[in-house]
Design a protein around this ligand. Structure first.
Ligand code: SF4
Ligand code: SF4
Length: 364
């Protein structure tokens, strides 16, 4: 079967899942379908010190599961759902030495393999290898085109230069070896870069990379506190500016600039930053329905704020997904009133945006 056919089969399967999910879950809170997207938190170790993240502050993550455990989990997923979308993330995934070996193992199991990285450890040798690897999509986190602002947000001097070097190297080697990869930058919106968002999008176009705008959430790996926004040093409070910037961004999106978020998500994000929570809650959260996260210690959760529903060392993912614990957790999340659904990983696109996404993936 050629790539186009397998993608078509995948799109049909995903559409069936989508319909089942909607019918079963959104109207009854019951889920009888299968997840489409698997997020692998390959390690929690990180060499950056981002202001909006507490992962790096943790001293003891416990034991990480072995490569064999990851392979077993991936085989289990493949036997259960067929080819799947996997997103490898961290921490910083390159801090595990077996990343390439895992990617090679996933080659025939994934319809799309994505890598989230801060890019700091990508040198000539690694870029060369990555350009030939099974990874199809690279998501580099880059928060500003100003050395100073980026480094301040990432907590590491020189981080801007390192991430930029990684993007340039990947472009260079993909072009040299003729491999077509999707390159993206994930830009976290804070009060320090709000004013330069459109400049970043214009720059991204010249670099042939897509921009994924990400909302500021409460610090990763901290407990949820309802007043975290009031205490945040990064939250933009200028409502007029928020209106103006999102108007510009939405205009750019409509005019074909490479912004990955769809328009309804951009509108939702604007409302999120304006703190119109009621508007945000009108959107569905796809957590518990469409995606599942496996952590570095083998624990499984529907989202970072949810409870553990099992561990891959004790059970198969399919059994965990269908378990009573998962069912109960889903019921709890079904009534969730938090607004972190605004994040691209959790936000459930309207059907029209999903179809457009499929078409553009199919064309690529
Ligand atoms: S946000 Fe990512 S890169 Fe930054 S410290 Fe946290 S895990 Fe590391
Ligand atoms: S809104 Fe946030 S906390 Fe609630 S289920 Fe979705 S991702 Fe989890």
């Amino acid at each position: 079967m050629n790539n186009n056919n397998s993608f078509l089969m995948y799109a049909l399967k995903r559409s069936k899942n989508y319909l089942l999910n909607n019918l079963n879950y959104y109207y009854s809170g019951i889920n009888s379908s299968k997840p489409n997207v698997f997020i692998f938190v390959f390690t929690k170790k990180c060499n950056f010190r981002c202001t909006h993240c507490d992962i790096w502050k943790e001293k003891n993550f416990g034991d990480e599961i072995s490569l064999d455990d990851w392979k077993k989990a991936a085989t289990n997923i493949f036997n259960w759902v067929g080819p799947f979308i996997a997103s490898i993330t961290g921490g910083e995934a390159f801090l595990r030495k077996d990343l390439f070996e895992f990617a090679d193992f996933l080659k025939d199991k994934c319809i799309e393999l994505k890598l989230n990285t801060n890019g700091s450890l990508i040198n000539e040798r690694i870029a060369k290898r990555l350009s030939k690897s099974p990874f199809k999509t690279f998501i580099f986190s880059l928060y500003s085109l100003s050395n100073h602002t980026n480094d301040k947000l990432r907590g590491i001097k020189g981080s801007y230069k390192k991430t930029l070097r990684a993007i340039n190297l990947m472009n260079k080697y993909c072009e040299k070896y003729g491999f077509k990869k999707k390159m993206c930058i994930a830009v976290l919106i804070t009060k320090y870069n709000l004013l330069e968002l459109s400049k970043i999008v214009i720059w991204a176009k010249t670099m042939n990379v897509k921009v994924i705008l990400q909302p500021l959430l409460k610090n990763f790996d901290t407990d949820f506190e309802s007043d975290w926004i009031d205490r945040s040093k990064l939250w933009p409070n200028d409502r007029e500016l928020i209106h103006q910037i999102f108007k510009e961004i939405i205009h750019m999106k409509k005019n074909g600039f490479p912004i990955s978020n769809d328009i309804s998500q951009l509108e939702m994000m604007k409302n999120y930053y304006l703190r119109n929570k009621e508007e945000v809650l009108k959107h569905k959260c796809k957590v518990g329905v469409d995606n599942i996260t496996i952590y570095q210690d083998g624990n499984i959760k529907f989202c970072s704020l949810a409870n553990n529903i099992g561990n891959i060392k004790n059970n198969s993912i399919s059994k965990i997904w269908k378990s009573i614990t998962a069912k109960e957790e889903r019921q709890t999340l079904f009534d969730c009133k938090k607004d972190c659904r605004v994040h691209p990983c959790y936000y459930d696109k309207p059907l029209k945006a999903k179809i457009n996404g499929f078409i553009s993936e199919y064309k690529n």
